[in-house]
Each structure stands twice: as structure tokens, then as C-alpha cells.
Design a protein around this ligand. Structure first.
Ligand SMILES: Cc1ncc(COP(=O)(O)O)c(C=O)c1O
Length: 408
């Protein structure tokens, strides 16, 4: 047997793996599985952006570039931060990587020493705690449940900070809940952070453009300028521009951190794809007219799914401020019995039941650090979403109250 590095034992196998494996098996058997587990828009990359990528190939932009981004892309990123967020970053305060994921990974590896603590509000994007562990740090997950809109409060932040706290990760609008912080909420968190100068902040804004109703996106470094020097503002083209496969993310932050991140990336992957960088320049500088249409479709799907799930006995959810996820409480299904006689004890059981009985794949909340909930993505074709809601409703109707049926 291969002796693998000890660091791998610090990361837990994903709770989503079993569901994904089962869904894939069932599909291979010819069953019609609707997957609501994917975290990417179902739209194609807008044509003008794809064209820019094709042009880059034809023009011979097929060689190595500067490690953390071409000058053109860094300029486009600086202009984006200025235009959208009122943040003034020079090009040497900008780092471009292979997706937002690599930018966050680089930052954590550049910041974290063994035993350093990183505060992560839960539910969280699945990758944060494992990235922190791989960097040798300790994730400190702070539970933020539905009653507080899944958002970290200033009191919780103050309590979680210790002398070992090195970093806080904020994600708004967030994966898996779509919860978005209001300006005043960020200012209140900022007041706490101002009292603890050793705490650095990674603000993961990857879902910035996917904002609904009257919720307005804001980002920490802009609303609390005193924190600008100790915040890395992370964003990318994956979600807003429907460019998940192009793998371009970026961050703005202090020069010394940006330099350290480039050094790490230089020993890992070197530059992100030159072709993708050229397409990202077009994305950031070009027309964003398509976004209104995408947003309108997402908004309709969000409203349809929120209504459908809230009408199912045992399930409940709130309409999120942003992103394309619904985080659904299945507390009301816990303790119920399937027609096969299995009692649903945890959200993982609920997810398995929905896959077996409704042929719909969802992700259990425990994967994101909060149960008993599950996440669906509404970035799937509208008809399929409608069908998935109906299938789930029918499946839930077949459940019975375990305590009632056990009575003599
Ligand atoms: C909260 C969050 N941050 C970052 C990422 C990474 O995005 P990218 O595809 O740009 O690496 C994701 C992707 O799912 C995400 O959900």
C-alpha cells in the first residue's frame, strides 16, 4: 500500500461523495436522475467572451504569461474593482489565478502558520476548512443558523477571536445559503475587527453579480476602509459570467501578500491559461447586458423553488438574497419513516431518500457544516427544476410518522 503524506489525514472525505457516486451508478443503470447539486450556471459563456478566447488562440496567445496575470487582465481587474466596488487597487495589488479557488488557496498558504486559527462562519463553502487544514491551520467554524439568516453576528465574531486567530473568511452572497450581508452588518463586523489588528480577512465575493430584489452587494474593504490593508477581496469570472470551465479568479490585497501568492503559484501551476485570461479581459471590459437576462431567469427559478419547497410538509426555506442556491431545512422530515421502513435520522438519510425515491440529487447540509438541511442549486433548466420539485413533493408524501406507525 502507498504511504501517503500525513497531511492528507487531516482532510475528511466529502459527505457529498456517497450521494454523487450513487447518482452516477443510477444514471448508468438508465434512470432519469435530476442533479441539483452542481454549483455552476447552466448558461453558455456569452458569445463575445467565447469569441475573445478563440481570437486569442488564432493570434498565438498560447505561451506562458506573467505568473499571476497578464498586464491587460490585471488592468481590467483593477478597473472592475474601481467601477463595481469603489476599491482602488494598483496592478501590483492584484493576483490572478486558476479560479477563485486557487486565489483563496494561495492566500491561505501564504498566511497560515501551524496552529493559526481561521474563523469560518458555518454553513460554509466545503473547501474552506480543508484548505485551512492543508495549510496547517485550525478551522474555527462558527454556527450561523437560519434564525440569524445564516450570517455571522458581531457578538459571535468577538467570542470566536483568540490570540491565535489569523484570519476570517467571509462569503457574501454565500454558498450554500445565498445569504447576503447588508452594509450595516459588514460595518458592525468591521467594528469588531478594528479592535483585533492581527486578524486578516478573506472576502470571497465570487457571487457578487447574482443579487436579487433590493439587496445591494457591498464588500468589506469598501465599507470599512480601515480594513482595506488587511483584506484580500476575492472574485472571478466563474459564476457571474458563466465561465466555470475557463478557470479565472482574482484577488486584490496588500502588495506583500500578493507577491507571496505569486511566489507560491509560480511553484505550483505558473500562470492561468493564457487563452482564458484573454477571454476574461473581454468579460470584465465588455458588455454585461446578458446579465439582466440571466438574473431574471434565476430570480424566477428562485421564487418557483422557494414556493414549491415551502409547500412541502416537513421542509422549509427562505428566499436567498443572492447566488443560485436554496438551503432547505429538513428538520420536519427527521424521524419519519420511508415505505421501506428506514427512519430518516440525519440530512444524509434525507438526501439518500430523495435520490432513491425521487431520483433527485441534492447535497446534505452536513457537508457545509450545518444539519439537518440540504442544498439545491437552481442553476438547472427551469422545466427540470419544476419536475424535481414535484418529484420531491410526491416522495415526501410517502413518508410516515415513525412514532405513530410503531404504536401497537
Ligand atoms: C463560495 C465559493 N468560492 C469560490 C469558489 C471557486 O470558484 P472558481 O470556480 O472560480 O474556482 C466557489 C465555487 O463553487 C464557491 O462556491
Amino acid at each position: 500500500m502507498t504511504t501517503l503524506a500525513r497531511r492528507l489525514s487531516t482532510i475528511a472525505p466529502s459527505a457529498t461523495i456517497e450521494i454523487s457516486r450513487r447518482a452516477a451508478d443510477m444514471r448508468r443503470q438508465g434512470l432519469d436522475i435530476i442533479s441539483l447539486s452542481q454549483g455552476e450556471p447552466d448558461f453558455d459563456t456569452p458569445a463575445h467572451i467565447a469569441q475573445a478566447g478563440k481570437r486569442a488562440i488564432d493570434d498565438g496567445q498560447t505561451r506562458y504569461t506573467d505568473v499571476d496575470g497578464t498586464p491587460e487582465l490585471k488592468q481590467a481587474v483593477a478597473a472592475k474593482f474601481e467601477r463595481d466596488n469603489g476599491l482602488h487597487y494598483a496592478t501590483d495589488q492584484i493576483s490572478v489565478g486558476t479560479g477563485g479557488k486557487q486565489v483563496i488557496f494561495n492566500a491561505l498558504f501564504a498566511l497560515i502558520d501551524p496552529e493559526d486559527e481561521v474563523i469560518i462562519p458555518a454553513p460554509y463553502w466545503v473547501s474552506y476548512p480543508d484548505m485551512v487544514r492543508l495549510a496547517g491551520g485550525m478551522p474555527v467554524c462558527v454556527e450561523c443558523d437560519g434564525t440569524q439568516g445564516f450570517k455571522l453576528t458581531p457578538e459571535q465574531l468577538e467570542t470566536a477571536i483568540t490570540p491565535q486567530t489569523k484570519c476570517l473568511i467571509l462569503n457574501s452572497p454565500g454558498n450554500p445559503t445565498g445569504a447576503g450581508y447588508h452594509r450595516e452588518e459588514l460595518i458592525a463586523l468591521g467594528e469588531v475587527l478594528k479592535r483585533h489588528p492581527q486578524v486578516f480577512v478573506i472576502s470571497d465575493d465570487i457571487y457578487e453579480y447574482l443579487a436579487y430584489d433590493d439587496w445591494a452587494f457591498t464588500t468589506l474593504a469598501a465599507v470599512v476602509p480601515e480594513l482595506f490593508e488587511r483584506t484580500l477581496t476575492v472574485n472571478g469570472v466563474s459564476k457571474g459570467y458563466a465561465m466555470t470551465g475557463w478557470r479565472i479568479g482574482f484577488g486584490g490585497g496588500p502588495k506583500d501578500l500578493i507577491r507571496a501568492m505569486a511566489m507560491l503559484q509560480g511553484q505550483m501551476t505558473t500562470n492561468p491559461s493564457a487563452i482564458s485570461q484573454a477571454a476574461a479581459v473581454e468579460a470584465l471590459n465588455g458588455s454585461r447586458e446578458f446579465l439582466e437576462e440571466h438574473l431574471e431567469i434565476f430570480r424566477q427559478r428562485r421564487d418557483m423553488c422557494t414556493a414549491a419547497f415551502n409547500a412541502i410538509d416537513g421542509l422549509s426555506c427562505r428566499a436567498p438574497e443572492g447566488a443560485f442556491y436554496l438551503f432547505i431545512s429538513c428538520q420536519g422530515l427527521i424521524g419519519r419513516k420511508t415505505p421501506e421502513g428506514e427512519v430518516l435520522e440525519r440530512d444524509v438519510d434525507v438526501a439518500r431518500f430523495l435520490l432513491d425515491a425521487a431520483h433527485v440529487a441534492v447535497v446534505p447540509g452536513t457537508a457545509f457544516g450545518l444539519g439537518p438541511w440540504f442544498r439545491i442549486s437552481f442553476a438547472a433548466a427551469t422545466e427540470r427544476l419544476g419536475e424535481a420539485c414535484e418529484r420531491i413533493a410526491h416522495a415526501c408524501e410517502t413518508l410516515t410518522d415513525a412514532s405513530m406507525t410503531e404504536r401497537p
